[in-house]
Design a protein around this ligand. Sequence first.
Ligand code: SF4
Ligand code: SF4
Length: 129
Amino acid sequence: MPTAEYTETDRNLDRERAKETSEKIKKEVSEFKENFKCERCGKCCEEGVGVALWPHEFARLRKIEKHIFQHITFINNWHALKLPCVFYNQKKHKCRIYEQRPIACRMYPLGISPDGSSMLSQNCPGAKK
Ligand code: SF4
Ligand code: SF4
């Protein structure tokens, strides 16, 4: 389980790792998204095991949602948003924190496999076309 203590050094390392990972897959994601049409079905915000968060993202979301711990699960020892996501507006089919949404949400339906390569979700109707 992650410890409660999260130091400035951890924060800087996580930012660096997040940046490196983002750079690595940015091109791939952007090429994929050029041809991807989201159907706005909401499945990615409502169904699944959760949305894994980088520690700096979790720290940011804690400031937005004061009861965040009620909406958190763990995936491989990472904090993750439970689904349905607390930030999803089901009536409007919109993310309430769209401009601040986690990297995992920005990438979806692509995800990162344990070896660092990208993988395509099988749960997204738009990705099957
Ligand atoms: S599951 Fe796929 S098609 Fe549905 S809202 Fe998410 S990204 Fe769009
Ligand atoms: S943060 Fe926004 S985009 Fe990500 S799962 Fe929650 S509602 Fe959906």
